[in-house]
Design a protein around this ligand. Sequence first.
Ligand code: DGT
Ligand code: CA
Ligand code: CA
Ligand code: ZN
Length: 579
Amino acid sequence: MTNAEIAAVLEQVADLLEFKNENPFRVRAYRNGARAIHDLPESVASIVADNGQRLLEIDGIGKAVAEKAATLARTGHLPQLNELLAEIPASVLAMMRIPGVGPKKAAAVFHQLGVATLDDLKTACEAGRVRGLKGFGAKTEKAILDGIAIAASAGQRLYWAEADQIAQALREHLQDCGSIEQLELAGSYRRGRDTVGDLDVLAVAGKPEEVMDRFGSFPSVADVLGRGDTKMSVRLSSGFQIDLRIVPRESFGAALQYFTGSKAHNIVLRGLAKQRGLKINEYGVFRVEGDRETYVAGAAEADVYATLDLPCFPPELREARREFDWAQSGGLPELVCLEDIRGDLHAHTSETDGRDTLEQMAEAARQRGLKYLAITDHSQRVTMAHGLDPKRLLAQWEQIDRLNDKLGKGFTLLKGIECDILEKGGLDLPDDVLAGADWVVASVHYGQKQPREQITQRILDALANPFVCCIGHPTGRLLNKREGYELDLDAVFAAAAQHGKMLELNAHPMRLDLDDVACAAAKAHGVPIVISTDAHQTEGLDDLRYGILQARRGGLTRADVANTLTWPQLKKRLAGRAP
Ligand code: DGT
Ligand code: CA
Ligand code: CA
Ligand code: ZN
């Protein structure tokens, strides 16, 4: 089981224990454990194989959680979870997942009203029976009703790239509003998370009324969920929600810090503030003396952090992973940025399933300031994409040679291939063909459901091939659609390190594979990452920036990313590959 899967099981156990009204400390132990494991750069499986006691040394993991995690890593099952699930009806579990409900409230409606399904819950809300329960009220009842509707219709998180389109359109829409002095988008969007649940907009404005009116007239708004003096929430026709908050000028930095989150990052920050006799919230930083509170900072985000002698963390790092340790011991890594990237190492043409020709892709890459582009069309196994056999591939390479002569100095097309890793193992093209390539990406496209050992072995064998440079989209995940393959990533990192190979961070907004946590783990193994677009048309080359965000979230610097090198430098690095 992967760390993410183990974390999800522990989180579910926490929900079920909370539903059963178990000891809150026990519930919190599971939640903390789930989080710690989710963010762990090393897999629980490999820790357990090495020495299970090491789990206990990890912050946030106690004895009970360590035991359960080890069981999950070893067997893939947790008897305790099955027992809990047997006790609680599935329809009640669905109720818990409604935004605004959760385990505690689900327990209340279940026990006190006998409500056990979404439909019953809807009827009870409509009849006004829910508002009377202790801790509920008319507002909660309305929120639950809305929640049921959303859960039924949309309910999915948007890809960061989609959220970005909405964010940019909204910025433009609000631009005409003369009374806006400052405007920023916070939340997971600003942190560059791969998917975004909702947008959190902050503004300083002379006339809040005017801004809210303008906000309400944003074209795709379907309805206004609420509007007060300082806060307004809307839902777009897609179901996506946007929250707008108007804050005082002296609080803008504090609000930006607070609503950028993450929640876990903020919790650590509040703890550090408390140690210094300070209080920190969305209004500012305050010195606390007795029951007197004096405003210390809050207009600018950097000032908020500075009161705690902390750097203004790049938003991508604010996940309570390594950032506070880094700040306290020698400083933050200087994160890779778009301008550092010199070339793109994964692109398709109309020769297989791409839209544009070799010439068009080359020209588009050059226009974008890249110095090299590897053409990596599919190999023959990918029949759906009209993949290349040796003959067609060699013909394409001849064409690339001719084109390079024409393009002259300053830009190089690389002769590449995205070679399939076959279901039965082995590569789709013979070594003597691969030997002629500048750059070989090896990818799994078939046999994705194979057992862990088998699919891992296929990738390990590919890494051992002397002509392979890199594994493409190493886990095969598709955001919001499917999990990655069952894969022993630690073994992949170790093999990549051993053979001097690289791993791809596929920048396609639906892939982002490797993800941020895996990038950090690859770095810990000394494995270079290449950020590639996998472009199937010229505009696809613009996806690089999505990959950059994830690399930054993984704490990668320029030195960790191989396509920040010039092509001659990269070529030299590749010469160090070992079979
Ligand atoms: P999302 O929207 O699910 O993709 O994720 P976020 O991180 O944007 O979360 P959201 O929209 O619920 O809240 C925005 C930020 O506000 C969050 O990152 C941190 C802050 N925040 C929200 N609720 C709490 C809370 O209960 N405690 C603390 N410390 N911060 C919170
Ligand atoms: Ca949000
Ligand atoms: Ca929000
Ligand atoms: Zn591809």
